[in-house]
Design a protein around this ligand. Structure first.
Ligand code: UDP
Ligand code: MG
Length: 332
């Protein structure tokens, strides 16, 4: 698992990236807990003194922004950036990672409500130092979620898997990423962001830590059902063209049914127990329906290809190599 070539050379400046939307109730605790954690890891010699917590204010309408300004001024290891408007959790997270990678060697993303267990953060750092580029925080269970959230979330993961989308089961956006994996992520320029679907595509050395997710202690969930559904749809449509391919399959099924209907219609016709015109009418309906669906499916195949091109995802990332035998000047 560990990559010996990079071991020992790894920088150890950590940035904990925290997207915040209307988190005034939670913020005092979050700032205290995370800065204490950073300080204890600095004292233990695990991370560099330059390590910091980066809060990303996602266009909050409450006192989150003035509070962050104040904390960043008074507290060591606290930084913040603020977005010009509410752009949603995924965009806030990307903004934070892109900002943090300018200064830090590894980044850990975590929600402001600290539902994810911060006690596994030192383990994540250990795994990074041992050679992992991406360390997933994976929940061991969903006991603290409501029945509704638990079942809808599980249904969603199953649906994603059925659509052929690779995800890490029971992992949300609590993870450590090395600078180079965040740099790789920055090459995905798509606007419909579903980050946890992108990360497994990056490759690199990965590892996991598992933890129990707690209930929110202050404030309310900023992910109502409406936003969850939008995220789920985005997850599917950003990674899978299966829904388009399904149109082709339905078209084929309808055409096959058309032949069965033809047999039935002709038998009825020869048995003389049908109204005049019914046979040709029913056959046209099935046949045209099938042809139309199949044609839509063919168009869908092309749209799927165009979609992949438009997203312009990177084809590969070079992880390592040795080019010392290649000369700078090969022309002579
Ligand atoms: N969040 C954000 N922008 C939004 C909605 C949420 O930055 O538009 C942040 C929020 O402040 C929190 C994280 O995303 O840090 C996850 O939100 P929440 O804990 O409310 O979601 P849940 O845990 O209920 O899924
Ligand atoms: Mg939460």
């Amino acid at each position: 698992m560990s990559n010996n070539k990079t071991e020992g050379k790894k920088g150890n400046c950590l940035s904990i990236v925290v997207p915040c939307y209307n988190e005034e109730e939670m913020l005092p605790t979050t700032v205290d807990v995370l800065t204490e954690l950073i300080e204890s890891m600095i004292t233990a010699g695990k991370i560099s003194e330059r390590s910091f917590v980066l809060f990303v204010n996602d266009g909050s309408k409450d006192r989150t922004l003035p509070m962050l300004r104040d904390y960043a001024e008074k507290r060591r290891h606290v930084c913040f950036v603020t977005l010009s408007a509410n752009r949603g959790h995924q965009s806030a997270l990307i903004a934070g990672l892109m900002e943090a990678k300018k200064y830090a060697d590894m980044m850990i993303s975590i929600d402001a409500d600290l539902q994810d267990d911060i006690n596994v953060i030192p383990d994540m750092v250990d795994k990074y130092l041992a050679g992992a580029d991406i360390v997933y925080g994976v929940r061991s269970g969903r006991k603290t979620d409501s029945f509704f959230k638990r079942t809808t979330a599980q249904l969603f993961y199953k649906l994603l898997a059925a659509m052929g989308v690779k995800t890490v089961y029971n992992h949300a956006d609590f993870r450590l990423m090395s600078k180079r994996s965040v740099e790789a992520l920055s090459e995905y320029r798509e606007k419909n962001l579903y980050i946890r679907g992108l990360i497994p595509q990056l490759g690199f050395n990965t590892d996991e830590v598992s933890y129990e997710r707690k209930a929110r202690t202050a404030g309310e969930s900023k992910y109502p059902f409406r936003k969850m559904l939008a995220l789920a749809l985005n997850g599917i449509t950003s990674f899978s063209t299966k829904p388009l391919q399904m149109i082709t399959s339905i078209g084929i099924v309808v055409l096959i049914t058309c032949f069965a209907a033809a047999v039935y219609a002709f038998i009825s016709y020869f048995m003389n127990d049908v109204e005049k015109g019914w046979t040709s009418l029913i056959l046209s309906v099935w046949f045209l329906g099938g042809v139309q669906l199949l044609s839509l499916g063919v168009i869908g195949e092309y749209i799927g290809k165009i979609y992949a091109e438009v997203k312009n995802r990177p084809l590969y990332f070079i992880e390592d190599g040795n080019m010392s035998s290649a000369s700078d000047d090969c022309s002579d």
